[in-house]
Design a protein around this ligand. Sequence first.
Ligand SMILES: Cc1cc2nc3c(=O)[nH]c(=O)nc-3n(C[C@H](O)[C@H](O)[C@H](O)COP(=O)(O)OP(=O)(O)OC[C@H]3O[C@@H](n4cnc5c(N)ncnc54)[C@H](O)[C@@H]3O)c2cc1C
Length: 564
Amino acid sequence: MTFSARIAPPAGENSNQVPALTGYNLFLTDRTLVDAVKREGAIRVLEQITELGEILGRAEAQDWGVEANENPPVLHTYDRNGNRRDEVVFHPSWHCLMKTSIGHRLHSLPWLDSKKGAYVARAALMMITVQNEAGHTCPVSMTFSGLASLRTEPALAREWEPRILSSAYDSRFIPAPDKRGVLLGMGMTEKQGGSDVRANTTRAERIGSSREYLITGHKWFCSAPMCDAFLILAQSEKGLSCFLLPRWAPTGEKNKFFIQRLKDKMGNRSNASSEVEFDSAWAHMVGEEGRGVNTIIEMVNHTRLDCAVASAGLMHQALLQAVHFCRHRQAFGKLLIDQPLMRNVLADLVLESEAATLMVMRLAASFDARQSDEHERTFCRIATAFSKYWLCKRSPLVVGEALECLGGNGYVEDSGMPRIYREAPLYGIWEGSGNVICLDILRALAKDPGTVDAVVQELQSARGSDSGLDSFLEQTQTELTTCLKQGLNNGGGGAELQARRLAERLALALQASLVVRHSAAGFADAFIASRLKGDHGHAFGTLPAGLELSTLLESVTAPLRMSL
Ligand SMILES: Cc1cc2nc3c(=O)[nH]c(=O)nc-3n(C[C@H](O)[C@H](O)[C@H](O)COP(=O)(O)OP(=O)(O)OC[C@H]3O[C@@H](n4cnc5c(N)ncnc54)[C@H](O)[C@@H]3O)c2cc1C
């Protein structure tokens, strides 16, 4: 007897296997996200986000994500004659993903539309896009963020901006002036360290008396090396400075930008991350000489926003997959979603995703408002840091728990969960890993004493609704003030030692205040009881008795039911 053929179950037999979650709208099925976009003044972009949500939920677009990750990019160091080629070739599905994102202005929306809510709308676009495929959002995010720093060099910005803001994706490896649209990357991290960029050794030598330089050195991490230009840091005469280094020199020849190898990464496999060397590569200075960190920090802040948004997106997608699975899978005579203990796990994950979404939408709104509102500018500075820290910390845990809801199927690639699981820890490393971000919170406090007021004012509006929340907010204010008194340079103890505690507390306080203000009844009780009052275990699924779990679960299942 042979077993070579797979025997299909007889027609009508229930295999208890779960249909793929496909053919749904990634935007419309997320009520919290839709409400936030409306509340924050981005109704004019609803149609566009809805359209993208529909495209990304199609089986065809889901296949792009699978194929782009199963067929990772390939580096061609040399051509057939042994000449340097330095070109990375991608699977066609990568290009479909890029074309869709650039076409929907994920890289440009707030730069083209300065009205209220543009950052929020773009964050919503980003949040649904990472749920389909996250790897390709790396160059999209860097292109979006890079313009923030490039604008400090107006002449250069004037030349590059029209190409950057174009909604055409042009993947040809040709000089930027000949292209319909271009992408930007970033090169800060060197072998000796990424957090401490002031230790960079790459050198910049000025050409005559111009703002043009020749760059010699390396970058240990340089993602998306097929971008058309990179904002990099290098040491010039007056110290660490920022430069725009294009793949092609103004002479029309390839710049001396050599891709040494691609990193073999745990996840994020659709995206190429490389090690590069510069050998007298042409570059143009951006911003003030010797103030490179100051110049590139706006790019960094925008990418930190995206790290937070992406983390919230991954959490939401993992939750959707878990809820969808449990709505279809039976065990011990019941659907999993009706098993009391599974309801506790899922409801706990719903709470986490809800709070994460509210948090990134509030953060995006502060990016919108900070141009004209000093309070928002100060709030945005510190909230970017603690939101990025907290959501990047929560996302791998949430994804891991959601994966387990699918049992063995969740551990198998076909389910899509392993790809999300491998992606999740990356955002905690990019653009400042956990500790570095927490130290940045202290820096924000030390630099601008108005920061405490900005945070307190933000949280004020939620006071009075729950005594537990009130006392948590009170303690948060006390810790902030103590931290401010201790100062950053206090001999390595005090504030620095406790910085993660402070970051966590600030994040929970903001999340609680947002849940109180914006979530349906039942959410606030559950969040405050478990996250603030400590009536919660160390794993998910440990919500206390007496909460309205149905309300929480219904917030996710109802839109899914209507959409599928
Ligand atoms: C897939 C991928 C793609 C990347 N793409 C790019 C890119 O395109 N461009 C780019 O420039 N970089 C890129 N990076 C690099 C990334 O930004 C760095 O890895 C990150 O900034 C951390 O730097 P590092 O790896 O040198 O770690 P280190 O700086 O050596 O830090 C190691 C650990 O020490 C901690 N630490 C550092 N200082 C302190 C301190 N004072 N107190 C307490 N703890 C501290 C950090 O939080 C971290 O956990 C990429 C990384 C990855 C994984």
